[in-house]
Design a protein around this ligand. Structure first.
Ligand SMILES: [Zn+2]
Length: 310
């Protein structure tokens, strides 16, 4: 009988994950009840961004909260001219890709700079779609239900393909669990609804660490970008339930996915500037010049609903 404690100790030392798995999921309400405390928590997780930078971004909460009750924050930049091209930027779908969140905040800084001509576009920027994953200790790819939000969007044949892909192709990788139903999660459901409301012309999704540029979209839509800075086009394929698959193939909205080179280490300032410059140019050519050229022959676009209510 005396052997059992030492055997148990050996097992726990060899497989420390057992200890974590045995712990109940945290259920306490998170403290981030206002934008200030939200910024304090988020910038603690991403040291590249200062709290005052986050506060200055003037984000405001959308109507839906995360599984743990955290706010999902959004900033809108609306130009004076009507019918401007719409760009939806999403960072932090995967909570452990810290640089993806930081880059979204850097873009928010750039969009606020005086003299920036980006207001020719109508922007909505969501720097952290998965706040529970970002603020978990350690940060997690999945949300608080253990769902990979980027496999949970209601793509074609989700019910038959997403669970099968997870079981067979990922060997039930818990980091890629697609959930039990399409759009089952408040975070992915909100983004789905936001795409329906906002009707973006382009969705830009920021990830890490594959160091490529990916594109999903309608064959006769915009020109496929060759590179943004150091990120060169490499179409890495579509997955059941991914945002690229949902937006690009089901909804017919071009989805540009930036895969930064590292999840924890930020690109250099020069690399960031190059990516930003190339992206602005691609947006300008495809959303302004090409649209102006085809405006006379295209049917009128839908009009976005008002800003989402808090
Ligand atoms: Zn990712």
């Amino acid at each position: 009988m005396r052997r059992y404690p030492s055997v148990l100790l050996l097992v726990l030392v060899a497989f420390p994950g057992i200890i974590r798995a045995a712990q109940p999921a945290p259920a306490a309400a998170p403290p981030e009840r206002d934008p200030q405390s939200w910024c304090t928590s988020v910038t603690r997780a991403i040291p590249q961004i200062k709290p005052k930078t986050c506060v200055a971004a003037a984000l405001r909460p959308v109507a839906v909260k995360s599984v743990m009750g955290r706010q999902i924050m959004l900033r809108e930049f609306k130009p004076a001219q009507k019918n401007a091209a719409r760009v939806l930027v999403v960072g932090g779908i995967h909570g452990d890709e810290l640089t993806a969140v930081s880059v979204a905040f850097r873009w928010l800084e750039l969009l606020q700079q005086p003299g920036y001509d980006g207001p020719q576009f109508h922007w909505r920027v969501v720097p952290v779609l998965n706040p529970d994953g970002l603020l978990a200790k350690p940060p997690t790819r999945v949300n608080a239900h253990g769902v990979d939000l980027n496999r949970n969007f209601p793509t074609h044949n989700w019910s038959s393909e997403a669970p099968r892909y997870w079981k067979v192709s990922t060997n039930r990788d818990p980091r890629r669990f697609p959930g039990t139903a399409p759009a089952s999660e408040p975070e992915s459901r909100w983004l789905h609804d936001e795409i329906t409301r906002f009707k973006p012309d382009v969705i830009v999704s920021i990830h890490a660490p594959f160091d490529v540029l990916d594109f999903d979209g309608p064959p006769a839509g915009v020109e496929v970008p060759a590179r943004f800075g150091r990120l060169h086009l490499n179409r890495i394929g579509v997955y059941p339930g991914s945002l690229g698959n949902f937006g690009g193939l089901k909804e017919g909205i071009p989805v540009v996915t930036l895969e930064l080179p590292h999840a924890l280490k930020m690109p250099t300032e020069a690399e960031l500037a190059h990516v930003w410059r190339d992206m602005q140019e691609w947006l300008r050519v495809n959303l302004v010049e090409r649209k102006a050229a085809s405006a006379s022959t295209s049917p009128e676009r839908g009009v976005p609903h008002d800003e989402p209510t808090p």
